[in-house]
Design a protein around this ligand. Sequence first.
Ligand code: ARG
Length: 459
Amino acid sequence: MSSSKTLVGPIDEDVLRFTAGKDPQLDVALLDADCIGTAAHVTMLQSLPLKPALLSAAERDAVVTALVEIMRLGRRGQFHITLSDQDVHLAVERMLTQRLGDVGKRIHTARSRNDQVAVDMRLFVKEQLLGTFDELLDLSGALLSFARRHKMWPMVGRTHMQPAMPSSVGVWASAHAESLLDDALVLRNAYELNDRSPLGSAAGYGVPLPIDRKLTARLLGFSGPIHNVLYASNTRGKCESIVLSALSQIMLSLSRLAEDVILYSMPEFGYFQLPPELCTGSSIMPQKKNPDVLELVRAKTSRVLAGTFAVTSILNSLPGGYNRDLQEVKEPAMEGVAATRSCLRILSRLMKALRADKPALTAAFKPDVYAADRALELVSEGRPFREAYEEVRNNLESLRPYDSAQAIARKQHYGAPGGLDLAVAAGRTRETKEFAGRERRRYYGAISKLLGVRYPHLA
Ligand code: ARG
């Protein structure tokens, strides 16, 4: 039996491989966050009025400069986590000690890896969500502009997938946009819950040193620290689960959009034409232009939902305080944000290039689509609705076709085809954009100040 020397003592080789799991690969994505967390921690340690001081101002500066150097290595693909490092935290500590000697050995004063991984995930998620807001708004913007361009184009409204009532492309496209804007609201809640600092909980029970948790929270651009140290530790997994639930809502909106577009671009419908550059061919059938992109959006939705379930299942019955089970929430969380963002981006491109076919849309209006309209016409002549309904139902074969454009123009009330006020969604888009912009400036401003260089460029 062989064991490996690690910063935290010898570990049996098999145990090391098993317990490190995918961390050496996954944690590379946490490099920036880990360095930023350490920069805040050493800045706070240096500020404590202790004698002897834990770190001098010059030592603090040397650590931060070395951290920025390590982040630059990461930018060039030259940062590697070895198996004996186990994770990003010990890899960064090893590199700091290699570069700075004894000072590197002091940085872990009054913190634990539980602290580090919790703060890393929150910083990582925060940056990812800021990107997600932009991408979501780009797609909802594309849907709104599609709605604007085809606002009064007739489109059969369906229930049970069967033709139901006259509707419009404007209603169809802006319904998808409004769904995403609601999801942005859910995401904003998740963002705000994520925006609190767990740092300083240490192993979950605090430390007998007067560390300043409010200072580290401020340095990291968080809205504040999570108060109770044990709860701060227990939010690991809970936070990821909340974020994944919000992302699941986005994905459910996207999969519905994808399914609609797949259906309505089938030759049997022909309402929409997929941009050929976003389709893929077949290895045997020369004529094929397949909607693979949209199909993968459906499948990725299932995977994000599965990841959400994986995280909540790991949390179920987990006792309080750190447990290694929590390491396993990292992968579904990382995959969830990556999948959601890639789907948002590809669907934006698709919606910007999607074409609608007015003759095909109009040709789908068969007389029975107007059955309810006809009954309501009789109501306007004074007939009780149930009587009018019965009369139309008994004479369906003699329903005369209406003009589809006129039929949708007659639905003038709030939110109906002729009363669609796209400015409502545009206003919500603006408001969410302002929120994301404000948060972005606050976060990147705080981190740039902490590191003494412009983040994320590190110039
Ligand atoms: N890689 C670990 C995780 O993700 C870091 C924390 C390890 N802490 C511990 N007490 N073993 O959970």
